[in-house]
Design a protein around this ligand. Structure first.
Ligand code: FMN
Length: 381
């Protein structure tokens, strides 16, 4: 998940560096945005080194010394659309006022208006500034709008006064971020095996059978399980996706390879999620040389005839008893899997609000888990 961390110009700006580290432990990808005043307290380089990413310091790249281009001009919109959450820590009295009134005169405040992601704000300031009715009104306005406020702590302040206004602890801010993002740790100690993507069945060295599975569901599930504390083994057919951070990726091509990879690792796992779309058919034996077109046509005709006769299960009955096809592996499932699916579903929904959704993942898993799904891989040629 990607979040933006806004740092504004208060003494506590240096604590944002520690917050970056803490958020990274939650496997969050942190993009830091600094106000001009914040740069008086901490150099952007500190955050660039911690995050490995460019720190956004200006609205217009020309101000930051780089040539202006379309990419930089729409950067705030791009960041706004990419992030799952905006957290501002420390938030100055000035930033609180701008957020409350919808002022957008720098990158951070423009980002706040441009994003639809949830917002978490951790104010820090002198006790009189905090208790000022203007600040309190601004805080209430933000709270009423759904912004999560992490109240400042009481204690000795940098200005020499004592009272409320000290930036809340890094742990309290991280906890608020996790709560808003729905990050939990209820899979700590579990090992989750997730299958994803399509499989490819070679007919000859240049042709193969496959399907249009993107692998997105399996990768989102692997990501959700990892974020909730599980060690994740992702067994994936060919996809164009980046594996989620921290997962152990096992790349396979055929259903047989996936089958073996699953069985090899099954004993290590406490959770198994079968989200792969294995090929419906596979050749009895792939041809080592490229088939010429006429032979391929004859074989395809023959195979099409077989496929029509080969209605689910018929070839798999032995003495009246249905035999599980070889690619249907089954393992006990942990009761918590429905929650993993709900989280992943939610994530997919949020990322693709307008796309057509697949049937509820939990229902699909339940079907697979109890062996009621159609046996899938059948011999074709
Ligand atoms: C040494 C120093 C410390 C400051 N600390 C704070 C602070 O902790 N909280 C705050 O709201 N303002 C603080 N200010 C005032 C802000 O820097 C000032 O309001 C600035 O305009 C905030 O800009 P920004 O909100 O765009 O970051 C401090 C100013 C100075 C000079």
């Amino acid at each position: 998940m990607k979040i933006a961390l806004g740092v504004s110009g208060g003494v506590a700006a240096y604590k944002a560096a520690e917050l970056v580290r803490r958020l990274q432990q939650e496997k969050l990808d942190v993009q830091v945005v600094m106000t001009r005043s914040a740069q008086e307290f901490v150099a952007p380089l500190t955050f660039a080194a911690l995050t490995g990413q460019k720190v956004i310091t200006e609205m217009f790249s020309a101000e930051a010394g780089a040539p202006a281009n379309v990419e930089s001009a729409i950067e705030h919109i791009a960041v706004a659309q990419r992030i799952d959450l905006l957290v501002i820590a420390p938030a100055t009295a000035n930033v609180l006022a701008k957020l409350a009134r919808g002022i957008a005169d720098d990158f951070l405040t423009t980002l706040h208006l441009a994003t639809t992601a949830p917002v978490v704000v951790a104010p820090a300031m002198n006790v009189n500034m905090w208790e000022h009715p203007a600040t309190q009104e601004n805080v209430e306005a933000l709270r009423a709008r759904g912004v999560r406020i992490v109240e400042p702590d009481e204690g000795y302040l940098a200005c020499g006064m004592t009272g409320a206004g000290r930036l809340a602890g890094v742990e309290a801010i991280a906890r608020a971020v996790c709560e808003v993002l729905g990050i939990r740790h209820d899979f700590d100690g579990e090992t989750a095996l997730v299958t994803a993507g399509p499989t490819c069945e070679d007919l000859d060295p240049v042709r193969f059978l496959t399907n249009r599975s993107s692998g997105k569901m399996g990768y989102a599930l692997a990501d959700a399980a990892g974020r909730r504390g599980a060690r994740v083994i992702l067994i994936s057919g060919p996809t164009a996706l980046e594996p989620p951070a921290g997962v152990e990726l096992v790349s396979v091509r055929t259903t047989e390879e996936m089958y073996r990879a699953v069985l090899e690792r099954a004993t290590e796992c406490t959770v198994v999620i079968k989200a792969a779309a294995v090929a419906d058919y596979r050749p009895v034996s792939p041809h080592s040389k490229k088939l010429d077109r006429s032979r391929l046509r004859a074989r395809a005709r023959e195979a099409a005839g077989q496929a029509r006769r080969l209605d689910c299960g018929q070839r798999r009955h032995t003495r009246g008893r249905r035999v599980r096809p070889r690619n249907q592996y089954r393992l006990p499932l942990r009761s918590g899997w429905t929650r993993a699916f709900a989280a992943a579903d939610e994530q997919v929904r949020r990322r693709q609000p307008h796309s057509r959704r697949s049937p509820p993942a939990a229902a699909r898993l339940a079907a697979g888990a109890h062996g009621r799904r159609r046996p899938r891989t059948r011999h074709l040629i």
